[in-house]
Design a protein. Structure first.
Length: 94
């Protein structure tokens, strides 16, 4: 049963500098591995400066928002090409 509430959040990952295509693809691959590992979906994009978009659950799956945010923070600490990571709720943009 749907509650009508959108589950998910926005994320922006800023890189330390403008990356090469190979570097940004590598970071994006690691990011998507984390997202898909929790049966989530990313809608947005990336370029040589950042990853930016929304994360939400796939139909039939529960979004463990705190857990996925912590995994993304862990990724940002492990990946030297990531400078900052920011989160915002969907409701912040209404």
């Amino acid at each position: 049963m749907s509650t009508g509430k959108e589950e998910g959040f926005y994320v922006k990952i800023n890189f330390i500098e403008t990356l090469t295509e190979e570097q940004s693809d590598s970071v994006m691959d690691d990011f998507i591995e984390v997202v898909e590992g929790y049966n989530l979906v990313f809608g947005g994009g990336y370029d040589f400066d950042c990853i930016n978009g929304g994360i939400t659950s796939r139909a039939g799956f529960f979004l463990k928002e705190d857990k996925i945010k912590q995994k993304l923070i862990d990724l940002s600490k492990q990946e030297p090409l990531i400078n900052t990571i920011e989160f915002a709720s969907f409701s912040d943009f209404r």
